[in-house]
Design a protein around this ligand. Sequence first.
Ligand code: ADP
Ligand code: MG
Length: 325
Amino acid sequence: MGTEFDVIAAYFDLPSSREDVLLGVGDDGAVLRVPPGYVLVVSTDTLVAGVHFPQDTPAQAIGHKALAVNLSDLAAMGAQPAWVTLALTLPAADRAWISGFMQGFRGLLEQEGVALVGGDTTCGPLSITVQALGWVEPDKALRRDAARPEELIFVTGTLGDAAAGLHCWQQGIQTPHSPALIERLCYPTPRCALGTQLHAYEVRAAIDISDGLCADLGHILKASALGATLYLEHLPLSAALQAHLHQHPVALEQYPALNGGDDYELLFTAPAPAEKDLRRLCTALQIPLTCIGHTHTTPGCLLQTPDGRHISLSRRGYEHFAPAC
Ligand code: ADP
Ligand code: MG
């Protein structure tokens, strides 16, 4: 009986300096104050062992990732993150595991100034559900349905590292580059500071890349009733991924930068005149920014190769070779 409450008191009842938490962990619900003039943005994601992360993932990485993927969703909404709840289902009250998990979770909480305000702790197969809450000015949320034709398409950071990291992990591939790729899989960086500023730079549509570039760009295109052209040679690849692909070449269908998930970079569209200021903003935030294509009213998503071919991409990968145009 005591164990559950001991665990809550020991690991989840964290000190918070946020004055907008009127009541946090310890009651039947949290009482939170949204600043006047803002609206609440809420996002929830579940991670299940063996589905969303390998069973042998270190507890610290699971803690970091469970929070990171949720903060990434708020960033993609243009919302300022403020509070989270944590529903943890554990096979056992293994204190070493919980301590490691909370080390990862808490590190990112503190980094982003976010408070853990409640949750639930139950016994069962390992699964973690985090709900992230934040705020945005009314009508300033970044929406999947708000992209416009002839906008530039940007991504932050590099693409495909996490998928290649998972491949290395699952295949037992150990190269000088595999640790960097696995690090990206385990410790994604939510782009919180950038997300909240994008609206001021003419950005109206954004998404975070959780399922892969094609799938997630596909969500924006479908919601906005647009098509897009991407430039293959512009896709930002890390040095580690380039070296990995050199040693382990893949067909375009398996190209991690197009179809690999778990990168948690931001993808957004913006009118061309906004590019210069967006670049200045990202330089100040030390976030790499790459223009990878543009939107258009012609439906479908095309990939332009350096030799001038246009490959038709589908949400699940590429479908067929279209004639060069
Ligand atoms: P209840 O029976 O009302 O659901 P619980 O016994 O589940 O309450 O939880 C007691 C308090 O501890 C609540 O305030 C709840 O929000 C908090 N809590 C439980 N588990 C967690 C957790 N994993 N992380 C953060 N807070 C938690
Ligand atoms: Mg409960």
